[in-house]
Design a protein around this ligand. Sequence first.
Ligand code: HMG
Length: 399
Amino acid sequence: MTPIGIDDIELATTHHVVRLDDFAEVNGTDPNKFRLGLGQDEFSFPAPDEDIVTMAAAAAAPIIERSGTEGIRTMLFATESGTDQSKAAGMAVHSLLELPSQMRIIEVKEACYSATAALQAAVGIVTRSPGQRVLVIASDVARYELDTAGEPTQGAGAVAMLVSANPRLLEIEPVSGLNSADVDDFWRPNDSTTAIVDGALSVTAYLDSLTGAWNDLQTQDGPGIDEIDRILYHQPFTKMAKKAQVHLAGLTGAVLDTEIVAGAQTASASDPRDTGLAASTLYNRRLGNSYTASLYAGLCSLLDHDSDLAGRRIGLFSYGSGSVGEFFTARVVPGYEQHSHRETVTAALDARVPLSIDEYRALHATELPSAEDVSTPKVTAGPFRFAGVTGRARVYERS
Ligand code: HMG
């Protein structure tokens, strides 16, 4: 069977960053609550002229520059922070990147899970038409109310992936474990710019979903725990990946690594096996939650920091509140390390401009007037910007 999977991947984020040490100082909280308790150091925050479209276009542009548009007839845009109830955010990306007219473009939604649905749909399209390639984009701005428990887990980011036959990075395997349950753990009503969350319930719903998806994977004759070399989880905050790993170890009886801070482990013969938990959480510690993009930012981090992945099988657990979970597996293609983006991603994270907590709170509270034309100030140093609203339609431009 022709292998199908991820041929290219790129991560983009925002112009600004909020440092959780600053946040802790202003809020009178022990900084270790965030660094150790949540496993987070910083979160990305959009400038007034950035949103899911500008991040998505910034992530997809280098992929298109490298491999052109031939065979790309579909763009699947996964997000839960959509900017319009009707028009797919991908239409603006299509225009900014001057993609061909002969394409179908849609937006997909189910909280943080939908990028995985998009990825599986892309694999289906390429299976039917192996000459085609599909652009899958996950882009989100995670926003909670100020002064809530969710606030330090905000973040923003986009991951763009090119799905093709004979991919250069990851071959996606056909078996998946699935789990759906109607649960109100986290959601965003149409009239709200911030999510509503029952934090404790969301953590148990995530772990219950992991149980259901893992058990289903076994029922479907998927690989057992000893046949999986690395494991990636959706990372709303990186400590959640550790909680998931402990949970999976309990479910399977396997002895797995549970250290999320890289370098903190020293190897010995009796150490648990390294499933990549530390390497896969490095980018998300700095991005915060990027909802649909989070699992795939974890994949970028693993690919960029683990030099021993060739031919190895990765298990990926995708979770979206509401809720849907999927546990699927993929093989890393030898030569993957030639496509590392470690330097560019690290440079982009380092280049973010810190906001003071007062500046961040003021930006968070800013809402665009809904019925007037408005121009946004030029702030972002990224390649694309959200220029404002004209006649109630959002306008984008190259910076
Ligand atoms: P909280 O108020 O920070 O909880 O809320 P906490 O007071 O229990 O503290 C968290 C951890 O910090 C605890 O460790 C404390 O012991 C520790 P744990 O028991 O979890 O191992 N801690 C400290 N550690 C070291 N030094 C200290 C210290 N103080 C405390 N000084 C909560 C946490 C997750 C509820 C909150 O951040 C929240 O509501 N977040 C948003 C919801 C969320 O991320 N849920 C995750 C699962 S649902 C999901 O992943 C889906 C989602 O991405 C959305 C989607 O699908 O679309 C959210």
